[in-house]
Design a binder for this molecule. Structure first.
Ligand SMILES: Nc1ncnc2c1ncn2[C@@H]1O[C@H](COP(=O)(O)OP(=O)(O)O)[C@@H](O)[C@H]1O
Ligand SMILES: O=COP(=O)(O)O
Ligand SMILES: [Mg+2]
Length: 555
């Protein structure tokens, strides 16, 4: 089979204005970024149409290092729905250069279910990540300058909470010292970098309702505390307007196309292990203003992306998914059934059966949100009919829908059965109104504990002294009504990335708390999760090249 980029290059693209017109967006509203990419103004959102549109969340069983295929299945489902005559639009997150050149590769789907032009989308796209990185680090520079210029007046911060970001996996930047050398180099202090998908600016862009909401949130970003324990914010720096200017184009959602020329909105890119893992509310609502069916995905497994999609994104936007699709693969289930990673491509019915516990736990969790569920079996070439039949029978016993997704190798044709099941299920048995895991008025500990016990299966929640002190500051700031965003490994229900399967009754330790006062959410750091990933032994970068002017190796 051809590589992702060979398939992408073999497809003749429609001009993006044609794609826009095809879903009812007037040509004059389309702001071209080249022939095949555009930004669409969020002012075109029509809340009445949003209410009528069918929103479908695509999530997955607990992740494998290669990914389960959520983005690919999301695109495939959109292709399948269009194939059966429905007006379906997919709404995805933007890829990060970190994993693209690191472990996982790109995030534009795969095979015959991709968003295109995949090279531009995976690389610099419309510059949103660069704008977010610049906005974040401009705040860092303006804060350091403010402290440097006012130190003579005796002003300083007891604690600086604001770090820097870069859209690169680089363990060497996690903990650094700035201001080394002569005094003119600024105040010497510790700092560090997180990866751009973990930036609070990213979360703000994805949760903002419009530019004025964006500016308001930027103003509220908490940078640190003064010596008399007062919060020090971007508003105190007086630069919220300047930072908003840096983001004035990035706030507009991006429109591209799929491998079959249908519309796709790709906007915002928080990871779901270290951030809230959902594409922007604006892009989702734009898609829902022009599509009768909108398929969106939330990162990693349902314990991460889906939980945050419901408890944060939907709660804050009023969105109500009509259906949740959970993607499973034979390889992923065998991994969770204890089969060693080098053997998960081989037939192993016992291992598959054992791994069903992971799927069952996610299904139970999704039902706790009131979701109607379809299991999408993302078919890989190495899968056997016997494995598929076992999963089909198991889903019948669970009382959930089952469909095979073959869009990776067949495009929309390979997702027609799944599309028909989705349409039928939404018509006859749509999800109930969302039931959230916790109430806004719960305390921060109650929120963390409800997610950790009800979704992850923890029995004991412990907190470091730093985390306890941060919670006290949150209570003092009067922001305990914010939702929680738990940063946790994507490889396990627990905080231990080595415990696959469906572990229960474990201790769940909160090491730190990050107050996102602009994004209006509380990030609880569990276990040893790092918000600046490192590069693997064999980074994808080793396989990426340019030969005779053509990019190779992007996946
Ligand atoms: N059915 C499939 N067969 C082969 N490769 C696949 C299949 N589905 C996904 N992939 C590949 O697996 C990787 C992860 O897919 P992706 O959709 O990004 O997963 P996720 O969104 O869950 O991380 C991509 O390189 C993609 O091309
Ligand atoms: O945040 C993670 O997203 P994927 O699961 O799509 O890689
Ligand atoms: Mg994905």
């Amino acid at each position: 089979m051809k590589s992702d980029i060979e398939i992408a290059r073999s497809i003749e693209l429609k001009k993006i204005k044609q794609v826009a017109e095809g879903i009812g967006i007037p040509r004059e509203e389309v702001e071209n970024y080249g022939r095949y990419i555009a930004k669409i103004p969020e002012q075109l959102i029509d809340e009445e149409k949003v209410k009528k549109s069918n929103l479908i969340l695509v999530t997955a069983i607990t992740a494998t290092k290669a990914g389960i295929g959520k983005t690919t299945v999301s695109i495939g489902l959109a292709l399948g729905l269009n194939k059966i005559g429905k007006n379906a639009i997919v709404a995805l997150r933007e890829p990060s250069l970190g994993p693209c050149f690191g472990m996982k590769g790109g995030a534009a789907g795969g095979g015959y279910a991709q968003v295109l032009p995949m090279d531009k989308i995976n690389l610099h796209f419309t510059g949103d990540f660069h704008a977010i990185t610049s906005a974040h680090n401009m705040i860092s520079a303006l804060l350091d300058n403010y402290l440097y210029q006012n130190q003579a007046k005796g002003f300083g911060l007891k604690e600086i909470l604001w770090r820097r970001v870069l859209d690169v996996n680089d363990r060497s930047l996690r903990s650094i010292v700035v201001g080394l050398g002569p005094k003119s180099n600024g105040i010497t202090q510790e700092s560090g970098f997180d990866i751009t998908p973990a930036s609070e600016i990213m979360a703000i862009l994805c949760l903002s309702k419009d530019v004025s909401d964006l500016r308001r949130r930027i103003e509220n970003i908490l940078l640190g505390f003064t010596y008399d324990d007062q919060p020090f914010t971007v508003k105190d720096l007086g630069v919220a307007g300047a930072i908003t200017v840096l983001l004035k184009d990035a706030i507009h959602p991006n429109l591209v196309q799929t491998t079959e020329g249908t519309a796709a909105f790709v906007h915002g890119g928080p990871f779901a292990n270290i951030a809230h893992g959902c594409n922007s509310i604006l892009a989702t609502k734009l898609a829902m203003s022009f599509g009768d069916y909108v398929i969106t995905e939330a990162g990693f497994g349902a314990d991460l992306g889906a939980e945050k999609f419901y408890n944060i994104k939907c709660r804050k936007s009023g969105l109500q998914p009509r259906l949740t699709v959970i993607v499973a693969t034979a390889q992923g289930l065998k991994m969770h059934g204890g089969v060693s990673l080098d053997r998960i491509k081989e037939p192993n019915m016992e291992g598959l059966k054992e791994g069903l516990r992971n799927l069952d736990k996610h299904v139970r969790n999704l039902r706790s949100f009131g979701q109607t569920i379809i299991v999408a079996f993302n078919k890989f070439a190495s899968d056997t009919d016997e494995e598929m039949e076992l999963l089909r029978e198991h889903c019948e016993q669970l009382g959930v829908g089952f469909a095979i997704n073959n869009a990776f190798s067949e495009g929309g044709e390979g997702a027609v059965d799944m599309a028909r099941l989705v349409v039928d299920t939404i018509e006859n048995n749509p999800s109930e109104s969302l039931r959230y895991t916790y109430k806004e008025e719960d305390s921060i500990q109650q929120k963390i504990e409800k997610v950790a016990t009800n979704i992850y299966g923890a029995s004991v929640i412990t907190y470091s002294s730093i985390a306890r002190n941060r919670i006290k500051l949150i209570e003092k700031m009067g922001i305990t009504h914010y939702p929680v965003c738990i940063a946790k490994t994507q490889y396990s229900f627990s905080a231990d990335p080595k415990i696959y399967g469906a572990v229960n009754n474990f201790e769940f330790h909160i090491k730190d708390i990050v107050i996102n006062n602009g994004a209006e959410m509380i990030v609880a750091i569990a276990g040893e999760i790092l918000r600046m990933p490192g590069l693997p032994k064999e980074p994808q970068a080793l396989h990426i090249d340019i030969v005779d002017g053509e990019i190779e190796g992007l996946s």
